[in-house]
Design a protein around this ligand. Structure first.
Ligand code: DGL
Length: 272
């Protein structure tokens, strides 16, 4: 038995963990943020895969049976190879899930006119993962994507609330909306972006809904565990959370408060 592993390049996955823990409070969680090597968004496919695999191995070594890659970039660039090659070969019986699939399954239910805007990292946008996945579940939907390569660095460095940071974010949101006047649903396709949700809502026209992934991923995980009771029985349930970071733990604990409602005392680790 072990905790559920939650992995992100940095702080963003905490927004997912928050909603997962609200939904499934009895489970134990082990969070790993690779903050020292964030952002992943502009890194190559091979590097994101290599870093993600290192993180996954670390979480498995620490007893996790199930891991959520709470990072769209890593879900887009590494998840499939890990699921198809690494799990069967090296970790049979263990499971790794991502965040793009559950979001793509349900996003079509939010739009009234079938025009969806996606804000995400360069890596996620270029992978076309959302376009491909949404097409499977809601072929009637048009997907308009915008890569926001500076948003994760702004957020990781806590500069997203500065005047310059906000101006920058506003310009990108306007750029996305200029792609189609019909967009009525914006998916925050990066787990760092929910900290910008309120601000984005304040600068867009009425009638456009902004969707964060946390609740979607939490509902999907809860449903997955119900459908896989053998796996759920391997997940320990003492209501605990432990945090690992590749950055200084002091810095992580301080910055994490923007993403997670409880105070955090993390442990520093090295990957690679
Ligand atoms: N939270 C990650 C995501 O959802 C950010 C990736 C990055 O580090 O650029 O894509």
């Amino acid at each position: 038995m072990g905790p559920i592993g939650i992995f992100d390049s940095g702080y963003g996955g905490l927004t997912i963990l928050q909603d997962i823990q609200n939904k499934l409070p009895e489970h134990d969680y082990l969070y790993l943020g690779d903050n020292a090597r964030a952002p992943y968004g502009t890194r190559s496919f091979d590097v994101v895969y290599e870093f993600t695999l290192e993180a996954i191995k670390e979480l498995f070594d620490r007893g996790c049976e199930l891991i959520i890659i709470a990072c769209n970039t890593a879900s887009a660039k590494a998840l499939r190879t890990i699921q198809q090659n690494d799990l069967p070969k090296h970790f049979p019986g263990k499971r790794v899930l991502g965040v793009i699939r559950p979001s793509s399954e349900i996003i079509g239910q939010f739009t009234l006119n079938n025009h969806i805007g996606i804000l995400a990292t360069q890596g996620t946008v270029v992978s076309e993962s959302y376009v491909i996945e949404i097409e499977k579940f809601s072929p009637e939907c048009r997907v308009h994507q915008l890569a926001c390569p500076l948003w994760v660095p702004l957020i990781e460095n806590n500069e997203h609330e500065t005047k310059e940071g906000r101006e920058f974010i506003k310009k990108d949101v306007e750029l996305l909306l200029s792609k189609s006047k019909y967009i009525d649903t914006i998916l925050l396709g990066c787990t760092h972006y929910p900290v910008l949700k309120e601000y984005i809502e304040s600068i867009i026209p009425n009638g456009i809904e902004v969707i964060a992934q946390g609740n979607i991923v939490a509902d999907s995980l809860s449903d997955y565990l119900l459908r896989h009771p053998w796996l759920d029985s391997k997940c320990s349930k003492n209501g605990s959370i432990h945090f690992l970071t590749t950055e200084s733990s002091q810095e992580f604990d301080q910055n994490a408060s923007h993403f997670f409602s409880k105070s955090i005392s993390s442990e520093h680790i090295k990957l690679g």
